[in-house]
Design a protein around this ligand. Structure first.
Ligand code: FAD
Length: 395
């Protein structure tokens, strides 16, 4: 591939992937005065209130602040975002319960439960209103070649773009990561997470509930009109068995697995399952190509942090690129390298912590069972552990 473009046509940034992370990155960088193109393989579906997306996120406080700065949050919150004010985490083997309360932090809420489809739809619409963003959709990044000054990007449609910086926000199986020759470490957990909306006998109390079972964690996340969204992580075979059950038997097993903490689970929507894996890119930066979101890090959903980490990549990147642009510096210079080092270390710590929690709690061997009974109690009292929880909650 060769650059046949003249200097006028050179973009500042091309973003591959318009999921929550890619769209937010495009918006944040355009707001920083950069010329951006975003390439997305699939046209985002229009969100409709009457057909809720089964994939929901517990969005931390700093993530909604970032979206507010992009003028996207008020529309999202008005459409459907349910505040959660408390977290309760306990282990099936007994011991203490970890409690986390917005009041104790002097906050109105710890975060919001929001649908992926709603976020993608509203961010995509916001990108369409931005004069600094050119959208290429449906189209996909096919190949690229980078040199000292920029990157030539080839799309599936045959279009070519020349840019100073290429961002891969194209998800866990990132083509950008593969073409940049960036390796990754990690593994499939051999688990799937079943997600669905349910109704319970007792109110959810605006609380995120999570019970650790030897098979994996089960979370109930509070949503509008009294429903909860569940994320039930299980070994493959167990997930397959539960997905095949009729509603009555599924609800009975779910009530039992949740120890009837909110009484009987009385109704359930359709169910879907996602395979669970851990992936950490060896680097987030290779020359003029940077990775963010799931392209750089895929973590276990037990702490509800995947998209939150991705949005932290975006916030820090927008700051670094805004400063580089204002100073008239190369976008792929020292600030970008500092961004990559900082985010690599933050993401690696988070991925290892969630992995360690998963290994300790999703386990029925006697020693961890004895240990973990005390761990949540210790975490409840220890200032360091509570500081880590504050960090995860983004407050
Ligand atoms: C069961 C489950 C529960 C979860 N719960 C939470 C939670 O509570 N909180 C939380 O923070 N996270 C959660 N996560 C993690 C969260 O889902 C991910 O971290 C997040 O969706 C990643 O967003 P992304 O924008 O990086 O990638 P994606 O959403 O995967 O978007 C990538 C985009 O790139 C596009 N694309 C791919 N290839 C190309 C190409 N070659 N050219 C152009 N476009 C391309 C795709 O079409 C897609 O639109 C959960 C995950 C699972 C599985």
């Amino acid at each position: 591939m060769s650059a046949r473009t003249n200097r006028r046509d050179v973009l500042d940034v091309v973003v591959a992937g318009a999921g929550v992370v890619g769209s937010s990155a495009a918006l944040a960088l355009a707001r920083a005065g950069l010329r951006v193109a975003i390439v997305e393989a699939r046209e985002p579906e229009a969100w409709r209130a009457e057909t809720p997306d089964l994939r929901v996120f517990a969005l931390a406080a700093d993530a909604s602040l970032l979206l507010e700065g992009l003028d996207a949050w008020s529309e999202i919150a008005a459409a459907r975002a349910h505040p959660y004010r408390r977290m309760r985490v306990w282990d099936a083997a007994g011991g203490s319960e970890l409690c986390f309360d917005a009041d104790a932090l002097g906050q109105a809420q710890l975060g919001h439960i929001v649908e992926n489809g709603l976020l993608v739809d509203r961010l995509w619409a916001a990108a369409s209103r931005e004069t600094n963003i050119a959208r290429h959709c449906p189209d996909a990044l096919k190949d690229f070649v980078q040199d000292e000054e920029g990157v030539d990007v080839e799309l599936e449609s045959g279009s070519r773009l020349r840019t100073r910086l290429l961002l891969g926000a194209d998800g866990a199986h990132s083509k950008v990561r593969e073409l940049a020759g960036i390796g990754w470490r990690g593994e499939a957990y051999g688990q799937r997470a079943i997600v669905a909306y349910v109704r319970t006998e007792k109110p959810h109390e605006d609380t995120c509930w999570q019970r650790f079972l030897p098979t994996g964690p089960l979370a109930f996340l509070p949503c509008g009109d009294g429903r909860c969204s569940i994320v039930w992580s299980l070994p493959e075979t167990e997930a397959t068995r539960l997905l095949a059950l009729d509603d009555a038997r599924f609800l009975a097993e779910l009530t039992r697995a949740f120890d009837a903490r909110l009484g009987e689970v009385v109704a359930c929507s359709a169910r879907r399952a996602f395979p669970l894996e851990r992936r950490l890119a060896d680097e987030m930066l290779a020359g003029r190509v940077a990775l963010l979101g799931d392209a750089a890090h895929v973590v276990h959903p037990l702490a509800g942090q995947g998209v939150n980490l991705g949005l932290r990549d975006v916030g820090a990147l927008a700051e670094a690129m805004g400063a580089a642009s204002q100073a008239g510096r190369d976008l792929a210079g020292a600030r970008l390298q500092r961004w990559a080092r900082g985010r690599e270390s933050d993401n690696a710590i988070a991925a290892q912590a969630f992995d360690a929690i998963h290994r300790t709690f999703s386990n029925d061997s006697p020693l961890p069972t004895l240990l973990r009974g005390h761990l949540l109690g210790i975490a409840n009292l220890s200032p360091i552990a509570r500081l880590l929880w504050r960090r995860a909650a983004g407050v």
